[in-house]
Design a protein around this ligand. Sequence first.
Ligand code: HEC
Length: 109
Amino acid sequence: MKNIAFLAVSAALVLAATPNILAADGKAVYADNCTKCHGDDGKGQTKMGQKLEARDYSDAKVQDSFTDAEALKSIKDGMKKADKTLMKPSELAEDDIKASIAFLRTLKK
Ligand code: HEC
């Protein structure tokens, strides 16, 4: 009986921890691949971000200007303005890109 109770508690703990693991992933993916341009706070006030005119993702209006699906496509396929490359096509796995978008969404103020 003790073992069954132990298993049930363990399973509950694993389930409870899962969303946190996903959130941490998105943050880590973002930190490794996106802060260079978009900044830790999503405001794009880095050297690269300013040069490429990254928008301010703490601004709700900017966040509302694209859907998650559009963001995924922009990151996966890359983004260009005229001849200028804004974002290169990403080599990240789709799940990692989705996690980083989910993290970016949390930067909205
Ligand atoms: C080389 C610099 C650079 C890197 C690295 C970069 N971005 Fe971007 N990103 C830009 C620029 C520039 C734009 C276009 C201006 C804007 O929308 O901020 C952009 C646009 C976007 C958009 C808007 C897409 C749309 O359809 O309007 C999202 C979302 C985004 N980036 C997320 C990310 C995420 C998440 C990462 C990391 C996986 C990332 N970017 C990495 C420079 C970069």
